[in-house]
Structures are given as structure tokens and as C-alpha cells.
Design a protein around this ligand. Structure first.
Ligand SMILES: Cc1cc2nc3c(=O)[nH]c(=O)nc-3n(C[C@H](O)[C@H](O)[C@H](O)COP(=O)(O)O)c2cc1C
Length: 191
């Protein structure tokens, strides 16, 4: 599902963080990937796809985990991207632990990225749940967080796709904005 080439990282990256086999946030990520491909192709840019359910990663221990063979290539994809869309489940009023673990493992690769966020949740009351994660990216790594989150409940989905037209519209707006803002911001001098 990637238009990336092995020689250079793609300008845009979509990360799906749910480990659930029939994840709804993965459906958000897939819809966002398609929209992002369209907007980025118009700018001759490429989009890569990372699904944490398909990428075994160690839990970050602050030491040996960094040398896991999957960590370096993931960090390189993140470091090389100008804009990143992340789709996560809401677990206990936050993103899931798998996503937090990715940030712990890849850390400074996130410096100065433009980031858009999508999430699937069980109820409407958790709509502020992305803020601790957004704060961490902003304050730790100076990421520019797009102020247009996609927040979707179960009724926005069929068994295998996003169906709610409003959610689809927000995904489209988020993908378009990610491309616009990412290409307007100069890339970091030493990515
Ligand atoms: C461990 C766990 C914790 C959850 N915590 C919340 C929560 O705090 N707020 C909420 O709205 N939904 C919560 N949910 C519901 C999930 O966000 C919902 O099932 C969502 O679709 C999961 O995303 P996924 O389908 O991409 O895996 C939780 C689900 C699990 C399994």
C-alpha cells in the first residue's frame, strides 16, 4: 500500500497504530492515505504507509530496543517525511500504548514535523483525548499539529470502511491541509 521507493523516504507518511485485526481507526487511516495520495501526487510527492499491526516493535526500554531491526527503518521514514498523519484508537482517554511506544522508540525523528491526527473512539466524551499526545509532540519535538482532528464513533463505519459523509469530508480536509502546510514550511536544516 505504499508508493515509497527504497532509495529515499516519502514526503508523507500515514501511521495506523491500532493492533486490532478489524480496527476502525485503520479504516480512517486507509481513507486518509487515499486522499493524501491524490493531494500529494499533484505536488509530485509520495506517501508511505505504516501499520503497527504488521510491524513488530519492542517496548521501549531506553537502551537495547533502539537496535531492533524494525526501529531504525521506521525512524528513517519518520525523519524523512515532511508531514505525517496518525490514526489511533482512543484507549483510556489517550492514544494507544503502541503509538506512544513508537514515539519513545523514534524520538527525535519527529523534530519539526507537521502532524495530523485521526482517532476512533467508543464514545463522544473522549473528544479531548488526543491533547496529551499532541502536547507531547508539540513541546518535545516542536511539531506543528494541525488543529483539525478527525474523531469518529462506531456509527461512522460499515464493517470495512468509513461511511459517514461528514467524517469523510473531515478526512479530506485534513489530508489537503497536511499537504498545504507541510510544503509551505521549510524542511528542517538537519533532518
Ligand atoms: C482498552 C480500551 C480502552 C478504551 N478506552 C476508551 C476511552 O477512554 N474512550 C473512548 O471513547 N473509547 C474507548 N475505547 C473504545 C475504543 O476507542 C474503540 O473501540 C475504537 O474503535 C478502537 O479503535 P480501533 O477500532 O481502531 O482499534 C477503549 C477500548 C479499549 C479496548
Amino acid at each position: 500500500m505504499s508508493s515509497d521507493t527504497p532509495t529515499s523516504p516519502a514526503e508523507f507518511l500515514v501511521i495506523s497504530s491500532s493492533l486490532h485485526p478489524t480496527s476502525r481507526s485503520r479504516m480512517l487511516a486507509q481513507a486518509a492515505f487515499e486522499r493524501l495520495q491524490e493531494y500529494s501526487q499533484a505536488q509530485a510527492a509520495r506517501v508511505a504507509w505504516v501499520d503497527l499491526a504488521q510491524l513488530p516493535l519492542p517496548l521501549c526500554d531506553g537502551q537495547t530496543a533502539y537496535s531492533d531491526p524494525n526501529v531504525g527503518p521506521l525512524a528513517a521514514q519518520i525523519r524523512g517525511a515532511r508531514g505525517i498523519l496518525i490514526a489511533s484508537p482512543i484507549y483510556n482517554f489517550d492514544v494507544n500504548a503502541a503509538l506512544k511506544n513508537v514515539v519513545e522508540l523514534t524520538s527525535r525523528a519527529w523534530q519539526d514535523k507537521v502532524v495530523g491526527l485521526l482517532c476512533a473512539a467508543g464514545g463522544g466524551g473522549s473528544y479531548m483525548s488526543l491533547m496529551p499526545f499532541a502536547n507531547s509532540l508539540m513541546l518535545d519535538f516542536r511539531c506543528l499539529i494541525l488543529p483539525r482532528f478527525v474523531y469518529a464513533l462506531g456509527n461512522a463505519f460499515t464493517a470495512d470502511a468509513v461511511q459517514d459523509p461528514e467524517v469523510l469530508c473531515r478526512i479530506d480536509q485534513l489530508a489537503q491541509r497536511l499537504v498545504e502546510v507541510s510544503l509551505a514550511v521549510p524542511p528542517p536544516a538537519n533532518p
